[in-house]
Design a protein around this ligand. Structure first.
Ligand code: NAI
Length: 286
């Protein structure tokens, strides 16, 4: 049978999560997605109304099917953790079972198991502020949404992952090199995510033989990236300076993800894989 993938962090057809879903679907996987609760209604209605149909086209001409969309807020592990104001917020109160634990339970009930877990989400409320101006709360929120969210997802999905299963997340080179503008503790959050990738590869490998990798992706004009404010500058910088002078397409990251979660990558775990037109290898701009 085909593999089943759960992709956390899909709310439109512009981001890496969508592109990864498409590459996995093209390779024959069944697609389940986790969509941030406040973005759920618009995503589901857009899907229903055919707004994404053009971007659903797979290489063989068929349309990607998303078997089920789960509401998810990866900042909360279980209902007891959710503050009252969020519970009663009208963007949240219309949905149920969206904490990480509940989503994993729902997927287990609906499908029994998965093969592939993808984390394609990040959030840093103070991302536009320099680190020196970042509040403690802003910093911790960035780590909670962008780093711990992955630990939590893997912890809760690991028990329902099949042998040979594999997991990936998305990171950014601001973790290891200075990228002014990627603030609010988001650079710190990506550093944590990359370090955790190694430790989780060990723990999930020993426990369940599950592989854990992260893709360090080049700049993409996604919804999240546009909110940071410097994405066009980063894309231009990459085109000017990277070994491969072309715009990076989300599909290139999707295809690398499909490789990494496939048996072709069966000895790759704990790795940070660059999919960035080679920009990471440059020492100076030329
Ligand atoms: P995106 O906007 O398509 O994806 C981010 C998703 O995270 C959105 O769907 C948003 O609704 C979701 N999200 C935010 N907080 C959440 C929460 N608490 N619970 C559940 N979902 C939540 O943007 P993009 O850029 O494709 O981001 C995907 C991943 O790729 C992120 O980890 C990002 O840091 C990473 N990345 C992006 C790059 C870029 O230039 N766009 C470069 C390198 C890495």
């Amino acid at each position: 049978r085909g593999k089943r993938a759960f992709i956390a962090g899909v709310a439109d057809d512009n981001g890496y999560g969508w592109a990864i879903a498409k590459s996995l679907a093209a390779a024959g996987a069944e697609i389940l997605v986790g969509t941030w609760v406040p973005a759920l209604n618009i995503f589901e209605s857009s899907l229903r109304r055919g707004k994404f149909d053009e971007s659903r086209v797979l290489p063989d001409g068929s349309l990607m099917e998303i078997t089920k969309v789960y509401p998810l807020d990866a900042v909360y592990d279980k209902m007891e953790d959710v503050p009252e104001d969020v519970k009663t917020n009208k963007r949240y109160s219309g949905s149920t079972k969206w904490t990480v634990q509940e989503v994993a339970e729902s997927v287990k009930q609906d499908f029994g198991s998965i093969d592939i877990l993808v984390h394609s989400l990040a959030n840093g409320p103070e991302v536009t502020k320099p680190l020196l101006e970042t509040s403690r709360n802003g910093y911790l929120a960035a780590l909670s949404a962008s780093s711990y969210s992955y630990i939590s997802l893997l912890k809760h999905f690991l028990p329902i992952m099949n042998q040979g299963g594999s997991s990936i997340s998305l990171t950014y080179i601001a973790s290891e090199r200075i990228i002014p503008g990627y603030g609010g503790g988001m650079s710190s959050a990506k550093a944590a995510l990359e370090s955790d990738t190694r430790v989780l590869a060990f723990e999930a490998g020993r426990k369940r033989k599950i592989r854990v990798n992260t893709i360090s992706a080049g700049p993409l004009r996604s919804r999240a990236a546009k909110a940071i404010g410097f994405i066009d500058t980063m894309i231009d910088y990459s085109s000017a300076n990277a070994p491969l002078q072309k715009e990076l397409s989300a599909d290139e990251v999707g295809n690398a993800a499909a490789f990494l979660v496939s048996p072709l990558a069966s000895a790759i775990t704990g790795a940070v894989i660059y999919v960035d037109n080679g920009l990471n290898a440059m020492g100076v701009g030329v």
